[in-house]
Design a protein around this ligand. Structure first.
Ligand code: MTE
Ligand code: MO
Length: 297
């Protein structure tokens, strides 16, 4: 893998300075995660951003706790030092990417709608790079049809992983079909609200797939594998009747225990109708044109 610094500098960049030294040399070492430089999103759709305080305090991160507030507290000291992502599976040569490597991909702000399967929703200005940029560097074999992501497993950091009866079968695993992963909307996020991700939101790097229910957007990724077979994902294993592999936002397919017809934007009192593919139908419907979305939910 050979990502060059030129990529960072061959275009005009917008710098966000959060401290002295932010502009010094390459914004490429761990501490310089503090200095995210990215192309801003013009927000052509005029989406109303969720309040930053709410979006960073109302979280799902079961490894810490199923209690949203408790997860935020426990995530305060999340240690992401020397973070790496291992890339393996159906590739010509496995590789290990440091955050330094990962931050050489061109960063963009992306203002996306985000819809949790629990029916709350938000609009978040993420900062990240397209997953396809990473995939294109990986010399993926033609046999690869899926991509599998794994979250950190560390009982010293994740209270629920250390508990006698963990809530989920950890490590948390998610997956996408390769064409979904290559879609330009699919983002690897390293920041939100112009700042590096906080522990509770999936620091230092997470997936964001805006047309799918939030549980697909796996946090704190340490492993990426290319596979021939559809990976078994954590929520599917936990309850296949309730959580499918595809998990596309769909107002017409109810969760077995509640309707998905409406959603409540965080901070709002009233609900509003759920949009097909969370409002990204024009961009992604073609990926599923031959599929029965009631079966492949
Ligand atoms: N590793 C991991 N990733 C995860 C989760 C989790 O518990 N563990 N929760 C998921 C769910 S259900 C949602 S809705 C989103 C929430 O992202 P947010 O807390 O940053 O809003 O993260 C997803 N990614
Ligand atoms: Mo969720």
């Amino acid at each position: 893998m050979n990502i060059t610094n030129e990529q960072l500098y061959n275009k005009r960049r917008y710098f966000l300075k959060l401290g002295a030294g932010a502009l010094v040399s390459s914004a490429l070492v761990q501490s310089e995660l503090m200095a995210l430089n990215f192309f801003p999103d013009p927000n052509n759709e005029k989406l109303k951003l969720s309040d930053e305080k709410i979006a960073t305090n109302y979280v799902n991160f079961y490894e810490f706790s199923t209690d949203k507030k408790r997860a935020v507290e426990l995530a305060k000291n999340f240690n992401t030092k020397d973070w790496k992502i291992e890339v393996s599976g159906e590739v010509e040569e496995p590789l290990t990417l440091t955050m330094q490597d990962l931050l050489t991909f061109p960063l963009e702000e992306r203002i996306y709608r985000f819809r949790c399967v629990e029916t709350w929703s938000m609009v978040v200005p993420w900062v990240g790079f397209e997953l396809r940029a990473l995939i294109e560097k990986c010399k993926v074999k033609s046999e690869a049809k899926f991509i599998k992501f794994t979250t950190l497993f560390d009982k010293n950091q994740f209270a629920d992983q250390a508990s006698f009866f963990p809530t989920l079968d950890y490590p948390y695993v998610e997956g996408l079909r390769l064409d979904e992963a290559m879609h330009p909307l699919t983002l690897m996020a390293v920041g939100m609200y112009k700042k590096p991700l906080l522990g509770q939101n999936g620091a230092p790097i997470r997936l964001v797939v805006p047309w799918k229910y939030g549980f697909k957007s796996i946090k704190s990724i340490v492993k990426i594998e290319f596979t021939k077979e559809q990976p078994k994902t954590t929520w599917e294993l936990a309850n296949p009747r309730e959580y499918g592999f595809y998990a596309n936002v769909n107002p017409n397919v109810s969760h077995p225990r509640w309707s998905q017809a409406n959603e409540r934007p965080l901070g709002d009192f009233f609900t509003k109708p759920t949009q097909m593919f969370n409002g990204y139908e024009k961009e992604v419907a073609h990926l599923y044109k031959d599929m029965d979305l009631k079966v492949n939910f």
